[in-house]
Design a protein. Sequence first.
Length: 115
Amino acid sequence: VQLVESGGGLVQPGGSLRLSCAASGFAFSGYAMSWYRQAPGKGRELVVFISSAGRSTNYADSVKGRFTASRDNAKNTVYLQMNSLKSEDTAVYYCYARISSYDYWGQGTQVTVSS
């Protein structure tokens, strides 16, 4: 199993970024996926959960209305569109999957929101 995030970077407050997570090594379309984030000095928190078919999502209150998760099962990729970014969104963002009772994490991608 491999999860590889990309798309992070430095963006000004109010800006947008789109993160991608390319998955391999498992039957991607059969598994729910999640995005987590970890800000400096804080614990890792769930940002969004997306069901295997992408029809169901569950967002953290802090990102509702600003972030949108989606997935392309033909490309084995899950996305996180982040709009109206705030300084408090600064964190390392991780892709996550639970497969056969094991937890799998990507290496993370840094998102920094600063003027």
